[in-house]
Design a protein around this ligand. Structure first.
Ligand code: SAM
Length: 297
């Protein structure tokens, strides 16, 4: 059931899109004084070693965050949104090169004020242990709660939040086909409980009908609820399965992913307009690399 381990994928192109959006959204949402509640339905381990066995085996960060870091000024100016994301990763690597990659819990916590709250959900026992240990070192007290619960269900009790301001990040591994339906049910329910929350869903772009349908259904949901929405996708390579000269099947790995937001910060579209072409330029692996950006409401 749980073979997915984010440590293999930390800092890859999908994390770049997801975490750059997360940083930009939080920077906006923390401009107002009122307390913010952040719900991370699928938290992972929180911190990852890029020089550890998992990351070295997959090498995915070298096609993701490490390309952005290599391209930083003075070589080329980064779009403000990408620069803010790179600065965030840098903040976890003072004087050490780039050995540590912060997952969503640590990116979020770093941007919160003392009166904001963070609820982290994680089901995998190993990742939960790592997450709880990493969070304990923050000494953040009651600001951060680690919950060994199903994030799809667990968020319900926190909506609406006390100060009526919330960001929910939903980032499942989609290992099981049922995750797609659960995302839709959860967002639908969350909108009923708290219609003005900001909801951010990451999803993989893979040849599976459920993955194809997810953004389309989220869009319909937002439109029916009369909410604004934003949909960004990043493709870094072809998803075609090829054959080697020896007749072996070669799978390309994840070629593309998307972020769908309901009630996005109004500044996010312009920020992505500047950042997405640069992500394509810096992270693209073949001539299929591209992006899309659509908004409504
Ligand atoms: N959000 C993290 C980040 O950006 O750093 C990465 C999360 S990873 C893609 C998905 C995580 O969800 C895995 O660690 C997995 O163990 C966990 N998980 C799977 N099903 C879950 C569920 N129903 N509720 C909470 N966590 C779950």
């Amino acid at each position: 059931m749980f073979s997915y381990r984010h440590a293999f994928h930390a800092g890859n192109h999908a994390d770049v899109l997801k975490h750059a959006v997360l940083v930009a959204a939080l920077q906006y949402l923390t401009e107002k004084d009122a307390a913010l509640t952040v719900l991370d339905t699928h938290a992972g381990a929180g911190l990852y070693r890029l020089d550890g066995d998992y990351a070295r085996t997959s090498g995915e960060a070298s096609e993701g965050i490490l390309r952005l870091i290599a391209a930083e000024p003075p070589k080329a100016p980064l779009a403000p949104m990408l620069q803010a994301y790179v600065d965030m990763v840098r903040a976890f690597n003072q004087g050490t090169g780039t050995k540590v990659y912060p997952g969503s819990p640590f990116i979020i916590q770093r941007l919160l004020r003392s009166h904001d709250k963070l609820k982290l959900f994680e089901l995998h026992p190993t990742d939960l242990r790592a997450l709880a240990g990493n969070v304990a070192q923050l000494e953040a007290g009651r600001q951060v709660a680690v919950l060994h619960e199903d994030g799809f269900e667990g968020v319900k009790k926190f909506l609406p939040p006390p100060a009526r301001r919330a960001l929910l990040l939903c980032d499942p591994s989609y290992e099981m086909k049922s995750d797609y339906g659960k995302v839709l049910d959860m967002v639908q329910d969350a909108l009923k409980r708290f219609a003005t929350g900001t909801y951010a869903v990451w999803y993989p772009i893979i040849p599976r009908p459920e993955a194809h349908d997810l953004p389309r259904r989220l869009k319909t949901m937002a439109q029916k609820a009369g909410k604004s929405w934003l949909h960004a996708t990043l493709t870094v390579k072809s998803g075609k399965i090829t054959e080697t000269a020896q007749g072996q099947t070669k799978r390309p790995g994840l070629p593309a992913s998307g972020m769908f937001l309901i009630n996005p910060p109004h500044t996010l579209k312009a920020a992505l307009q500047a950042a997405l072409p640069q992500m394509v330029e810096l992270l693209g692996q073949d001539r299929n690399a591209t992006h899309t950006l659509e908004a409504g409401g």
